[in-house]
Design a protein. Structure first.
Length: 82
């Protein structure tokens, strides 16, 4: 019983793969636009990591104490994040 399910799943994967091959066979790729998209995606990832780090620093400041007051515990918790 399970063998037929696996065979059916593999047949479906092959059919979908053939469909994508047919669609992308005559596709014209704009390399400049692709490069710009990759750069924008990378910049967005870096910005997301930066904002996540800043949010975690704020959580540490709320729980332990602010960095401006010179809290040693807050500094010890924030330094590994940076």
């Amino acid at each position: 019983m399970t063998t037929s399910i696996h065979v059916t799943a593999l047949d479906s994967v092959v059919n979908v793969n053939s469909l994508f091959t047919l669609i992308f066979e005559h596709l014209d790729v704009n390399k400049t636009l692709l490069r710009v998209g990759m750069v924008v995606s990378g910049a967005g990832s870096v910005a997301g990591c930066l904002f996540l780090m800043l949010a975690l620093i704020n959580v540490v400041q709320i729980k332990v104490g602010t960095l401006a007051c010179g809290s040693g515990h807050a500094s010890a918790a924030v330094v590994p994040l940076v």
